[in-house]
Ligand binder design. Structure first.
Ligand code: ADP
Ligand code: MG
Length: 257
């Protein structure tokens, strides 16, 4: 092992682990979708998850966010087992912000109200405070001039940025992105990726499922390749993209030598 690896391991101590996925299994009936996933995510780290369709990426993220109940295994978030009984699911979800392929905005609420509602309901912020935070957040994602629009008046890329602002307004400690740009027209992808890049630069801990290889290469601290419900390999972008260890990774990346 090289010295640089040792330095990196030293810098990422056990204390820095913010999300620990431990031997995560998930089955739907007879279909075993996750077959023992172990992933540690460190504070401030950007982890990009790659893998073919059906490999279990969404299911894994949904388990982390408690949208799915693991069949077995644990999710440890900031030192506490959030899969244990009696956990405040809404409180946990606020801290683990999630952005989906489909933006899921409320169509009958203005952009601003979409960003306010969970702040008021879950965090019990006053209307005034929620509004102020919503406007600030919308400015940050480049939508300061759209706060009173309805979702239907925005492009897909703008709607996705509203969804990001909505998650950020909850002061999440981790952001989960599940193919956030996959439903967008190509010309709209860039602005959403730019917002995600800014977040990463600002030190946000992120788990990002994406097919955007350039984003993965530029922004990821670590790339994880999943297939068939397991982690096949992981490493730095350079390791995984330039020197994939597994045949399956090579095939997926399309440079079988
Ligand atoms: P990915 O996000 O990598 O494409 P998914 O996690 O969405 O993979 O799905 C993994 C597998 O689990 C697929 O075979 C999918 O059909 C199955 N699956 C996902 N959700 C459900 C569900 N709610 N009920 C039954 N099967 C599901
Ligand atoms: Mg998916």
């Amino acid at each position: 092992m090289s010295e640089s690896n040792e330095v990196q391991e030293g810098a990422m101590s056990e204390d820095d682990v913010i999300v620990r996925i431990k031997d995560l299994h998930k089955s739907y009936g007879d279909l075993e979708v996750l077959r023992g996933i172990d992933i540690d995510v460190h504070r401030g780290e950007v982890v990009v998850v790659l893998g073919p369709s059906g490999s279990g990426k969404s299911t894994m993220l949904r388990c982390v966010n408690l949208l799915e109940k693991p069949t077995s295994g644990q999710i440890i978030f900031e030192g506490a087992d959030i899969t244990a009984k009696g956990v405040d699911i809404n409180g946990v979800r606020a801290k683990l912000g999630m952005v989906f392929q489909q933006f899921n905005l409320f169509p009958h609420l203005s952009v601003k109200k979409n960003v306010m509602i969970a702040q008021q309901k879950v965090l019990k912020r006053s209307k005034e405070e929620a509004e102020q935070i919503a406007i600030q957040g919308l400015k940050k994602v480049g939508l300061g001039d759209r706060v009173d629009f309805m979702p239907s008046q925005l492009s897909g890329g703008q709607q996705q940025r509203v969804a990001i602002a909505r998650a950020l307004a909850m002061n999440p400690h981790v952001m989960l992105f599940d193919e956030a740009t996959s439903a967008l027209d190509p010309e709209l992808v860039r602005d959403v990726l730019a917002v995600m890049r800014d977040l990463a630069r600002g030190g946000m801990t992120m788990i990002v499922v994406t097919h955007e290889m350039k984003f993965a290469r530029d922004v990821a601290d670590r790339v994880i390749f999943m297939d068939g419900g397991v982690v096949v390999e992981q490493g730095t972008p350079a390791e995984v993209f330039d020197h994939p260890k597994s045949e399956r990774t090579r095939e997926f990346l399309g440079h079988i030598s």
